[in-house]
Each structure stands twice: as C-alpha cells, then as structure tokens.
Design a protein around this ligand. Sequence first.
Ligand code: FES
Length: 121
Amino acid sequence: RADSKVTINFINRDGEKITAKGSPGESLLDVVINQDLDFDGFGACEGTLACSTCHLIFDEDVYKKLGPVTDEEMDMLDLAYGLTDTSRLGCQICLTRSLDGITARVPDSVTDIRQSEDVSS
Ligand code: FES
C-alpha cells in the first residue's frame, strides 16, 4: 500500500475529534507536534520523560496493543492527573501499522511536575 501513514484520532479537551496522520516509528507526541495539534501544555518536556503532560487515555482494546510500559514511564504516569487503567504517556508510544485508526483521548487536565504552582493562592 502506497499510503503507509497511520491514522490517529485524538479527542481533545472539548470532546472534539481530531484526525491526524503519522508515520510508523513516530511517537504520538511527534504526531501532535508535527500536525500542530493545539493541546495546551501537551508534551512540555518534549518526550524526555520529565513531565506527564503527554498523558493520553485509550480504550481498553487499544491499550493492550500499545506494548509494555517501562518503569520510567510508570513512575511518571503515577504523577499524571486523572490517571486511568488505560493511561499512557504519548511520547512513549511508537506508531505501528497495527495502531491505525485508534482513538487517544486527551485528559481534561494535565500536571507538569516541573512547575510547583500553588493553585490555592
Ligand atoms: Fe513529557 Fe512525555 S512529553 S513525559
């Protein structure tokens, strides 16, 4: 097939569906950046596993296809706001043909642990 792109459907924080394409080998963060998807604060550490702003939530059947979670990703995921059983960090997920057509939901809020903002003030 000539078109080797992988289609990813993102659901943004407003519940809107955004369809984007990436190449196999790119991460979901790459797709967000390359397609200029405007998810506020997403991917703050540029994929260096130092934030959890690239938190994405998947359907269970998709989650199972995403491959194993490393300890480093798990540690960072633990800090993600609104963590679910099917959460992953987008910068750690590499596109493959088998992920064509999946849906990834951007959580309502993100926490960037590098910012120690006092929200109560
Ligand atoms: Fe920071 Fe993924 S972009 S952990």
